[in-house]
Design a protein around this ligand. Sequence first.
Ligand code: ADP
Length: 185
Amino acid sequence: MKEGSPLEKTFNGAELEVVQGDITLSAMACIVNAANTSLLGGGGVDGAIHRAGGRRILDECVRIRSERGGCPVGEAVITTGGNLKAKHVIHTVGPVWNGGKSGEAEKLGNCYSSALRLAEQHGIESLSFPNISTGIYGYPKDKAADVAIEAVTGELARKHAFERIQFVCFDRENYDLYVERIGAL
Ligand code: ADP
Protein backbone atom coordinates (compact mmCIF):
# COMPACT_ATOMS: atom_id res chain seq x y z
CA MET A 1 0.00 0.00 0.00
CA LYS A 2 1.21 3.47 -0.83
CA GLU A 3 2.25 5.55 2.17
CA GLY A 4 0.29 8.69 2.94
CA SER A 5 1.93 11.98 2.00
CA PRO A 6 2.81 14.48 4.76
CA LEU A 7 0.26 17.01 5.95
CA GLU A 8 1.34 20.26 7.59
CA LYS A 9 -0.56 22.83 9.57
CA THR A 10 0.65 25.93 11.40
CA PHE A 11 -0.63 26.13 14.95
CA ASN A 12 0.26 29.10 17.17
CA GLY A 13 3.72 29.50 15.64
CA ALA A 14 4.61 25.80 15.36
CA GLU A 15 4.33 23.44 12.40
CA LEU A 16 2.21 20.42 13.20
CA GLU A 17 2.97 17.62 10.78
CA VAL A 18 1.43 14.22 10.12
CA VAL A 19 3.62 11.68 8.35
CA GLN A 20 3.37 7.98 7.79
CA GLY A 21 6.51 5.96 8.40
CA ASP A 22 9.17 4.70 10.78
CA ILE A 23 9.96 7.08 13.66
CA THR A 24 13.55 5.81 13.95
CA LEU A 25 14.28 7.59 10.65
CA SER A 26 13.01 10.95 11.94
CA ALA A 27 15.13 14.03 11.29
CA MET A 28 13.68 15.90 14.30
CA ALA A 29 15.95 16.83 17.24
CA CYS A 30 14.14 14.36 19.47
CA ILE A 31 11.89 11.34 19.09
CA VAL A 32 9.44 10.11 21.68
CA ASN A 33 9.38 6.45 22.64
CA ALA A 34 6.29 4.56 23.81
CA ALA A 35 8.23 2.73 26.52
CA ASN A 36 7.08 0.64 29.46
CA THR A 37 7.54 1.35 33.17
CA SER A 38 10.69 -0.80 33.34
CA LEU A 39 12.47 1.36 30.72
CA LEU A 40 14.30 -1.80 29.70
CA GLY A 41 12.94 -2.01 26.18
CA GLY A 42 10.12 -4.06 24.71
CA GLY A 43 8.37 -4.74 21.45
CA GLY A 44 6.81 -2.41 18.90
CA VAL A 45 8.22 1.07 18.56
CA ASP A 46 10.28 0.64 21.76
CA GLY A 47 12.14 -2.33 20.29
CA ALA A 48 12.66 -0.50 17.00
CA ILE A 49 14.13 2.57 18.74
CA HIS A 50 16.52 0.53 20.88
CA ARG A 51 17.61 -1.53 17.88
CA ALA A 52 18.26 1.53 15.74
CA GLY A 53 19.69 3.72 18.52
CA GLY A 54 22.04 1.16 20.02
CA ARG A 55 23.42 0.36 23.45
CA ARG A 56 23.90 3.91 24.75
CA ILE A 57 20.14 4.47 24.98
CA LEU A 58 19.66 1.32 27.03
CA ASP A 59 22.64 2.17 29.27
CA GLU A 60 21.02 5.51 30.15
CA CYS A 61 17.65 3.85 30.69
CA VAL A 62 19.27 1.37 33.07
CA ARG A 63 20.90 4.21 34.98
CA ILE A 64 17.61 6.14 35.25
CA ARG A 65 15.87 2.97 36.38
CA SER A 66 18.44 2.38 39.12
CA GLU A 67 18.12 5.99 40.28
CA ARG A 68 14.33 6.26 40.27
CA GLY A 69 12.93 2.82 39.71
CA GLY A 70 11.72 3.29 36.14
CA CYS A 71 9.10 5.63 34.73
CA PRO A 72 5.47 5.85 35.92
CA VAL A 73 2.59 5.88 33.42
CA GLY A 74 2.05 9.38 32.00
CA GLU A 75 5.54 10.62 32.93
CA ALA A 76 8.64 11.02 30.77
CA VAL A 77 12.42 10.69 30.96
CA ILE A 78 15.12 11.73 28.50
CA THR A 79 18.19 9.95 27.14
CA THR A 80 20.64 10.33 24.32
CA GLY A 81 19.53 9.43 20.82
CA GLY A 82 22.56 7.14 20.50
CA ASN A 83 23.05 6.18 16.86
CA LEU A 84 19.80 7.82 15.75
CA LYS A 85 19.68 11.02 13.74
CA ALA A 86 17.68 12.47 16.65
CA LYS A 87 19.93 13.80 19.41
CA HIS A 88 17.55 12.75 22.17
CA VAL A 89 14.90 10.17 22.95
CA ILE A 90 12.14 11.03 25.38
CA HIS A 91 10.68 7.85 26.84
CA THR A 92 7.13 8.06 28.08
CA VAL A 93 4.84 5.30 29.28
CA GLY A 94 1.33 5.10 27.92
CA PRO A 95 -1.59 3.48 29.72
CA VAL A 96 -2.82 0.00 28.89
CA TRP A 97 -6.41 0.29 27.56
CA ASN A 98 -8.76 -1.20 30.10
CA GLY A 99 -12.16 -0.14 28.79
CA GLY A 100 -11.70 3.62 29.25
CA LYS A 101 -12.90 4.01 32.83
CA SER A 102 -9.52 3.68 34.51
CA GLY A 103 -8.24 7.19 33.76
CA GLU A 104 -6.71 6.10 30.45
CA ALA A 105 -7.44 9.39 28.65
CA GLU A 106 -5.86 11.53 31.36
CA LYS A 107 -2.83 9.27 31.53
CA LEU A 108 -2.39 9.27 27.76
CA GLY A 109 -2.76 13.06 27.60
CA ASN A 110 -0.13 13.34 30.33
CA CYS A 111 2.33 11.38 28.16
CA TYR A 112 2.17 14.04 25.45
CA SER A 113 2.28 17.02 27.79
CA SER A 114 5.06 15.55 29.97
CA ALA A 115 7.12 14.83 26.86
CA LEU A 116 6.68 18.38 25.55
CA ARG A 117 7.52 19.96 28.89
CA LEU A 118 10.63 17.84 29.28
CA ALA A 119 11.65 18.70 25.72
CA GLU A 120 11.23 22.38 26.48
CA GLN A 121 13.45 22.10 29.56
CA HIS A 122 16.16 20.71 27.29
CA GLY A 123 15.82 23.40 24.63
CA ILE A 124 14.41 20.93 22.08
CA GLU A 125 12.48 22.67 19.30
CA SER A 126 11.41 19.77 17.13
CA LEU A 127 10.16 16.34 17.99
CA SER A 128 8.35 13.30 16.65
CA PHE A 129 5.63 11.40 18.49
CA PRO A 130 4.51 7.85 17.75
CA ASN A 131 0.88 6.88 18.35
CA ILE A 132 1.41 6.01 22.01
CA SER A 133 -0.59 3.09 23.46
CA THR A 134 -2.25 2.19 20.16
CA GLY A 135 -0.20 -0.97 19.59
CA ILE A 136 0.35 -3.63 22.22
CA TYR A 137 -1.44 -1.50 24.86
CA GLY A 138 -4.66 -1.66 22.85
CA TYR A 139 -5.93 1.94 23.10
CA PRO A 140 -8.58 2.53 20.40
CA LYS A 141 -6.86 4.53 17.69
CA ASP A 142 -9.59 7.13 17.14
CA LYS A 143 -9.86 7.90 20.84
CA ALA A 144 -6.07 8.02 21.22
CA ALA A 145 -5.78 10.47 18.31
CA ASP A 146 -8.33 12.79 19.95
CA VAL A 147 -6.42 12.74 23.24
CA ALA A 148 -2.99 13.18 21.63
CA ILE A 149 -4.05 16.15 19.52
CA GLU A 150 -5.89 17.81 22.37
CA ALA A 151 -2.87 17.47 24.65
CA VAL A 152 -0.37 18.73 22.08
CA THR A 153 -2.47 21.68 20.92
CA GLY A 154 -3.16 22.48 24.59
CA GLU A 155 0.59 22.78 25.21
CA LEU A 156 1.11 24.76 22.01
CA ALA A 157 -1.69 27.18 22.86
CA ARG A 158 0.53 28.78 25.48
CA LYS A 159 3.82 30.61 24.88
CA HIS A 160 6.29 28.07 23.54
CA ALA A 161 9.48 27.75 21.50
CA PHE A 162 8.60 24.69 19.40
CA GLU A 163 9.24 24.85 15.68
CA ARG A 164 7.90 21.51 14.53
CA ILE A 165 5.97 18.69 16.09
CA GLN A 166 5.49 15.58 14.03
CA PHE A 167 3.01 12.77 14.50
CA VAL A 168 4.65 9.74 12.94
CA CYS A 169 1.95 7.22 12.12
CA PHE A 170 3.17 3.72 11.40
CA ASP A 171 -0.08 2.43 9.99
CA ARG A 172 -2.51 3.88 7.49
CA GLU A 173 -5.42 3.86 9.94
CA ASN A 174 -3.62 6.17 12.36
CA TYR A 175 -2.33 8.32 9.51
CA ASP A 176 -5.89 8.83 8.18
CA LEU A 177 -7.23 9.64 11.65
CA TYR A 178 -4.53 12.26 12.23
CA VAL A 179 -4.83 13.80 8.78
CA GLU A 180 -8.55 14.26 9.32
CA ARG A 181 -8.11 15.84 12.74
CA ILE A 182 -5.05 18.01 12.08
CA GLY A 183 -6.54 19.09 8.76
CA ALA A 184 -9.63 20.32 10.60
CA LEU A 185 -7.73 22.44 13.17
P1 ADP B 1 2.22 0.62 23.08
O1 ADP B 1 2.69 -0.47 23.99
O2 ADP B 1 2.32 2.00 23.69
O3 ADP B 1 0.88 0.34 22.48
P2 ADP B 1 3.55 -0.10 20.57
O4 ADP B 1 4.97 0.06 20.24
O5 ADP B 1 2.99 -1.49 20.61
O6 ADP B 1 3.35 0.66 21.96
O7 ADP B 1 2.66 0.74 19.57
C1 ADP B 1 2.56 2.14 19.59
C2 ADP B 1 2.42 2.61 18.16
O8 ADP B 1 3.70 2.63 17.54
C3 ADP B 1 1.54 1.71 17.30
O9 ADP B 1 0.65 2.53 16.56
C4 ADP B 1 2.54 1.02 16.38
O10 ADP B 1 1.97 0.72 15.11
C5 ADP B 1 3.59 2.08 16.24
N1 ADP B 1 4.92 1.67 15.80
C6 ADP B 1 5.51 0.47 15.84
N2 ADP B 1 6.75 0.52 15.31
C7 ADP B 1 6.95 1.82 14.91
C8 ADP B 1 8.00 2.53 14.27
N3 ADP B 1 9.14 1.95 13.93
N4 ADP B 1 7.82 3.86 14.03
C9 ADP B 1 6.68 4.49 14.37
N5 ADP B 1 5.65 3.88 14.97
C10 ADP B 1 5.78 2.56 15.24
